[in-house]
Design a protein around this ligand. Structure first.
Ligand SMILES: Cc1cc2nc3c(=O)[nH]c(=O)nc-3n(C[C@H](O)[C@H](O)[C@H](O)COP(=O)(O)O)c2cc1C
Length: 182
């Protein structure tokens, strides 16, 4: 059974990014073991804390380490990824030499209520994943635009063709990830 960690870049209640993540997860195999990894309560990464890390860092690093594959869904904040998401990447990448990201296959999706679909955040995230040594699914690219027109007020994706597209991407990711999992 494959363990999928889901990281939603928005910490907002009723997040559209969470809705997109749920729609991707719907396409994973029925026996997928899915855990949403909370990034909202991580203190800002501080290298001084490498030697005596707060429990929140340790818990998050352990949770990431336990996953076989990671699904990232992010909104775009000021043409980049949200600070909470970057912080989570940093926390689990350290102490130096003890990153827990390396080798884990990744999916990246972005969404925006605007027409540009978070494409810049998508690629900013991909840039970090290169350095973190995470093989990342290239196709289909997942740029969801005008998400508020595709979802209800709770963030749930209600547009049927978008649901189908995202579930299909989830299925494709399960096949991609399997190539990297022993
Ligand atoms: C601080 C901030 C900055 C934003 N910057 C962008 C941006 O650069 N590009 C964009 O398309 N939308 C931007 N938005 C709007 C987001 O696309 C929108 O809030 C997002 O779809 C919400 O995602 P969520 O529901 O997962 O929180 C910004 C929103 C916030 C709160």
């Amino acid at each position: 059974m494959t363990k999928y960690g889901v990281i939603v870049g928005s910490i907002r209640k009723n997040s559209y990014s969470k809705g997109v993540a749920d729609a991707i997860v719907a396409g994973l195999p029925a026996d997928a073991d899915v855990t949403y990894l909370n990034i909202a309560d991580l203190p800002l990464y501080n290298q001084d804390l490498d030697e005596n890390s707060p429990a929140a860092y340790t818990t998050f690093r352990k949770a990431v380490a336990e996953q076989d594959a990671i699904i990232f869904v992010t909104p775009e904040h000021n043409r980049s990824i949200p600070a909470a998401l970057k912080n989570a990447l940093d926390v689990a990448s350290r102490p130096w030499g003890q990153s827990v990201w390396g080798g884990k296959p990744a999916l990246v999706a972005s969404q925006s209520i605007s027409g540009i679909s978070g494409v810049l955040a998508n690629h900013v995230l991909r840039q970090s994943l290169v350095f973190l040594d995470m093989p990342t699914m290239q196709q289909p690219e997942l740029y969801i635009a005008n998400t508020d027109k595709l979802a209800d007020e709770t963030g749930k994706i209600t547009n049927e063709s978008t649901q189908s597209f995202l579930a299909g991407a989830g299925k494709q990711f399960s096949e991609f990830a399997a190539k990297f999992i022993n």
